[in-house]
Design a protein. Sequence first.
Length: 153
Amino acid sequence: MIYFEELALGQKFASIRRRRVEASEIKSFAADFDPQPFHLDDTAARDTAFGGLAASGWHTAALTMSLIVGSDFRPAGILGFGGDLQWLKPVRPGDELRVDSEVLDLRPSKSRPDQGIVTMRVTTLNQHGEAVQTFTPTLLVNRRPEARRHAVG
């Protein structure tokens, strides 16, 4: 586990694995959570702005979360409380996703001295290295036990 004190501005983390996106899972996710034609039907999707079947942005966000959890960024006691999410390019069947994360800001919490506030930039990339999504979450990360005692006492 990584504690707040072990993080540094500009520090980078990468997903350990990649995730291939299949047409069947795009359609299955969409059927349950975002039933729009460009997520459900190849033919209908051709006549949309996407020009073909595309994963729901929410599906991309869920895949990104899975890749983050499976990355080398494993903060202690993480809790997210908001952020900016942007979908930049459609995710297509056959795309292979990976995630790169970078620490943008670090500051001790004033109201929770046992934690620090961390802002990250999480970029989801396809197999061509093109960014398909960015997410800039703000996280609460636990401080080391000895740092907690010092901050509180």
